[in-house]
Write a protein that binds this ligand. Structure first.
Ligand code: KMH
Ligand code: ZN
Length: 273
């Protein structure tokens, strides 16, 4: 069977703990989540850190604490978000790499994000990419629209591929302001990928989650799931845990005759091994 990389994005920066008590917002909770999700079939975790008030933060000590906690409780590949929240300044987002994750997200352009703007000006994208190359941190290129797929080609042309030549991207679909979470949009995105891309995954926000997951599996793509992206397991039914979403991804993968990829294989896929 072909392998299926399942990345879990357990927290995000947008949901309030008060609205969703099951959201992991402390290092202990995320460590437990990591262990449960690894047992369920995840290989990588995409982390947004929260502070003592459960608010999103890029505090360096907390970033390091969360990375250490997840490494202690699991062998998941640790990816830190450099997107943070829409309120985080660009210089602080660059400093995320000081916390020495295995991987970092790297969004390929600015996107309207509901009523907010998720800012990723080209000079920032270039600085972050060069820093990731210098530090040996594997970037996951996050693509919110078709223009960003094209921008990835420009970036690679200018600076080359990461060490090991592995280029992994994640389509983040269905954000209000980005591309829709539909099969035709994913087909268009995959068709436009630069030839250097070696692997891709996809996630659909909110109600687009299943459509995107099934479209991705049907094209041989990988999956990102988690409470960063969706808070209901079916219409009106809240997600109980991130592991529940990973379990559903494993089940979809089983139907598509794909077996969950182990963290060690994910390291190879990212050029980390
Ligand atoms: N929270 C969003 C504004 C990333 O993690 O790199 C950005 C985001 C992307 O979630
Ligand atoms: Zn994120």
């Amino acid at each position: 069977m072909d392998e299926l990389l399942i990345t879990v994005a357990p927290t995000g920066a947008e949901t309030a703990k008060a609205d969703c008590p099951q959201l992991p917002t402390t290092s202990e909770e995320v460590a437990r989540t990591a262990a449960e999700c690894e047992a369920a079939g995840a290989a990588m975790i995409h982390i947004h850190v929260r502070d003592a008030s459960h608010q999103p933060t890029l505090d360096q000590a907390l970033l390091r604490e969360w990375v250490a906690a997840v490494r202690e409780s699991s062998s998941l590949v640790v990816q830190l978000s450099t997107g943070g929240s829409v309120h985080d300044p660009l210089d602080e987002r660059l400093k995320v790499l000081d916390a020495e994750p295995d991987s970092c997200s790297l969004t390929m352009g600015t996107t309207n994000f509901g009523d907010d703007v998720f800012l990723n000006p080209w000079p920032f994208v270039k600085d972050l990419y060069q820093l990731a190359l210098e530090r040996g941190v594997a970037p996951e290129f996050e693509l919110f629209d078709l223009g960003q797929v094209h921008a990835l080609g420009r970036l690679i042309k200018q600076y080359g591929t990461p060490a090991g030549g592995k280029v992994h991207v994640d389509f983040v679909m269905g954000v209000p302001g980005g591309m829709p979470g539909t099969a035709p949009a994913l087909v268009a995105g995959v068709a436009a990928l630069p030839p250097e891309v070696t692997s891709w995954s996809a996630t659909g926000i909110g109600r687009s989650t299943l459509a995107v997951a099934m479209a991705s599996l049907s094209m041989g793509g990988h999956l990102r799931v988690g409470m960063e992206d969706v808070l209901t397991i079916s219409r009106g039914v809240p997600v109980e845990s991130n592991a529940q979403l990973v379990e559903r991804a494993v089940e979809l993968g089983r139907i598509a005759q794909r077996e969950p990829m182990a963290p060690a294989r994910c390291r190879e896929l990212l050029g980390l091994a």
